[in-house]
Design a protein around this ligand. Structure first.
Ligand code: BGC
Length: 416
């Protein structure tokens, strides 16, 4: 066989022929240990189909840096095939007319039947699918180091009183109670969890989904802000600027006792070969056991000109929703499959709790979108609120009263 026919045969075996093998350029921000393992699963899936994977990773937790780079690429007419975009931002991008219609792929693969309706609706613009979802992350978790708790003779908290008692005990034992990374999105992540835990799901929805002024400036919000700020006293002096995965590493090593973070943190524990229930614990953050802040990672698909690349893009969208990919990706990422009725036998207890709570909170009306992770509100409001929350966290002179006025103003910001 000639070299070319050999290559053709190999491509045929892998599912694509040279004639229709294309390239997918994929923008994401999955650069930590656990995230990178999950991203590799996507790359391998595409390569197995004979396509070329062009990695477009932009480091930076929660993707703020990635979104800035994406904007400049799209403005210059050079969009990637897919970009990690979620929540209301999908609609913002679709309104610009730059996203591709994935209805053929969605129909052929029965996405409407395989996705929870609220999630499917968010992936459509004017009734057409423009994005494909990979997972469901739960944000309202508290990660713990059992060894540290044992040393401090502390009890894993389920209420805020218990939380501060445990934090005191850890501090006395010479362990940093709360591993935190002082970046605005991490401050906001902790803040929304406190809002849910202190105020409950109805308060959360009014404040951080409906952006209701009377709720953003209310006695409950004052309590949320005070509780949030009290946590800062239990973080270490090196917290400012620290990346979230380095904060997780502190819990992994037992230097810190707890971390508030979504379950992408579990990906870090697993990548470090730690066993849930033994080496680390996952518990719903204080007061939030019967509620769930969800964060669905999805890839928006951009309009492309090259037919081979369009085919590769469609293969990507189809692969993302396949049961095989949903399993391997989510086992690494710390999240759960977004595809309904998946077998979760290979998943750990944290994931099983997450899956059960996703269903029960959905029935109870306490399943809420994460505001800190782009699921709840327009990006302009999210950015403005995030800044207010972070200023309050960082400025020891900032008062809850003045901060609430700023929150009300941030809720009124309109996109430029
Ligand atoms: C994303 C996760 C990611 C995390 C940290 C979140 O907004 O949904 O996929 O792991 O940010 O970067």
């Amino acid at each position: 066989m000639t070299r070319i026919s050999l290559a053709l045969a190999a491509c045929g075996l892998m599912g694509a022929t040279l004639a229709n093998a294309g390239e997918v350029e994929v923008l994401h921000w999955w650069t930590s240990g656990g995230e990178a393992k999950a991203a590799a699963a996507l790359k391998q899936t595409m390569q197995a189909k004979g396509h070329t994977w062009k990695d477009f990773a932009v480091a930076g937790g929660a993707g703020d840096a990635a979104m800035t780079v994406l904007k400049s690429r799209v403005v210059s007419g050079n969009a990637p095939a897919a970009a990690q975009i979620k929540g209301p931002s999908i609609q913002e991008w679709a309104r610009e007319g730059v996203l591709a219609n994935m209805d053929d792929v969605a129909k052929a693969n029965k996405w409407d039947e395989l996705l929870p309706k609220t999630i499917a609706d968010g992936l459509k613009y004017k009734g057409n699918y423009v994005a494909a979802p990979v997972n469901v992350h739960r944000v309202n978790w508290l990660w713990t180091n059992p060894e540290a708790f044992k040393k401090a003779n502390a009890k894993v908290p389920t209420t805020w009183d218990e939380f501060f008692a445990a934090a005191e005990a850890l501090k006395k034992a010479g362990i940093t109670p709360v591993a935190h990374g002082g970046q605005n999105w991490q401050d906001f992540t902790t803040f929304e969890t406190v809002a849910l835990g202190v105020g409950g799901a109805d308060f959360y929805k009014k404040a951080l989904v409906q952006l209701d002024g009377a709720t953003l400036k209310s006695p409950t919000m004052e309590k949320v802000l005070t509780t949030f700020k009290r946590i800062k006293g239990y973080t270490d002096k090196n917290a400012p600027g620290r990346d979230w995965n380095l904060a997780t590493a502190m819990v992994i090593k037992g230097e810190a006792g707890m971390q508030f973070m979504g379950d992408w943190a579990k990906g870090e524990f697993l990548a470090a070969n730690k066993v849930p229930g033994k080496d680390f614990g996952c518990v719903a953050a204080p007061g939030t056991a019967k509620a769930y802040t969800y964060n669905v990672d999805s890839f928006a698909l951009f309009k492309l000109k090259d037919p081979a690349n369009q085919k590769a893009q469609q293969d990507l969208a189809a692969a993302i929703m396949s049961p095989e990919f949903q399993e391997v990706f989510n086992l690494n990422k710390g999240s759960i499959p977004v595809r309904l009725n998946m077998n979760l036998d290979k998943f750990d207890e944290c994931a099983k709790t997450s899956a059960a709570d996703f269903v029960s909170t959905s029935k109870a009306g306490t399943l809420v979108p994460s505001a800190a992770h782009g699921m709840a509100i327009p990006s302009a409001n999210e950015g403005a609120i995030k800044d207010v929350v972070s200023q309050f966290w960082n400025d020891d002179k900032a008062t809850p009263a003045a901060t609430m006025d700023k929150l009300v103003a941030a809720a009124k910001v309109k996109a430029q």
